[in-house]
Design a protein. Structure first.
Length: 248
């Protein structure tokens, strides 16, 4: 993000002029204020601004065709000569290190989402195999079905233990990039597997929205990608373990 940020902020008198674009902004169509990160053209530092949704030069376009996280509308935000006053700038964001502090908290939230997603996938799978019968017996009575359910519970239990410990540390004031990155990396990775196992247990019916497994399966793919991909979060953890940064 630090190197790829294309949105710019240019100081102009008592205010700022913003230009650029950002995709995947959730809820931007209903928010009164939209948080915008931009690179200061004079200092090359990252700044943050709260921009009114109705500001002249700001355009919103709904991203169509999403297969997951469908209750949330994501937008493409385009800014062309959007003028904002200096008091719209978040004064304590003056570089990538400050943005990283924000991501630390957001990754923790996503780790909890990935954990809750696994709980939902397990609940949906158990409900289905309890009432679905094959060969005169409920699917829940078959050994391979129980093995998959046990794996799902193992993933969920490990993920829950990780996010609970993370929250305990953060409540005590211990915020570290590597801790939230590890939690996001682990829970999102295993949410993917847990959701896939749940869909697999339902067979073809796992592709139908009415049984919920398909929804958890699709949402797991989105959670796996946002607030730091698996590769990015693993490199944050690796940097903490080795003292060497593999980021280019």
């Amino acid at each position: 993000m630090a190197q790829g940020l294309a949105t710019t902020a240019r100081r102009d008198g008592e205010g700022w002029v913003l230009d650029g674009a950002k995709r995947w902004i959730g809820g931007a169509d209903t928010a009164d204020l939209i948080a915008v990160f931009a690179r200061d053209t004079a200092t090359d530092l990252i700044r943050a601004f709260l921009v009114e949704r109705t500001a002249p030069g700001l355009r919103l376009e709904t991203m169509r065709g999403k297969v997951s996280l469908r209750p949330m509308q994501n937008m493409q935000v385009t800014l062309e000569n959007v003028r904002v006053p200096d008091d719209a700038r978040l004064g304590r964001v003056n570089g990538w290190a400050d943005v990283a502090r924000l991501l630390r908290a957001m990754r923790s939230d996503v780790a909890w989402i990935a954990t809750g997603l696994q709980a939902g996938a397990l609940e949906a799978a158990i409900a289905y195999v309890q009432h679905r019968e094959q060969f005169g017996r409920p699917l829940a009575s078959f050994a391979l079905v129980q093995e998959k359910l046990a794996r799902m519970l193992g993933n969920l239990t490990a993920s829950l233990g990780l996010v609970v410990q993370l929250s305990i540390r953060q409540d005590a004031g211990d915020y570290r990039d590597e801790n939230s990155a590890l939690a996001k990396m682990w829970t999102a990775l295993h949410a993917r597997e847990t959701a896939a196992l749940g869909r697999e247990l339902l067979g073809g019916n796992g592709l139908l929205l009415e049984h919920d497994a398909a929804r958890f399966f699709a949402d797991a793919e989105a959670v796996y990608s946002y607030e730091g991909t698996h590769e990015i979060t693993s490199l944050i953890v690796g940097r903490a373990l080795t003292g060497h940064s593999a980021f280019l």
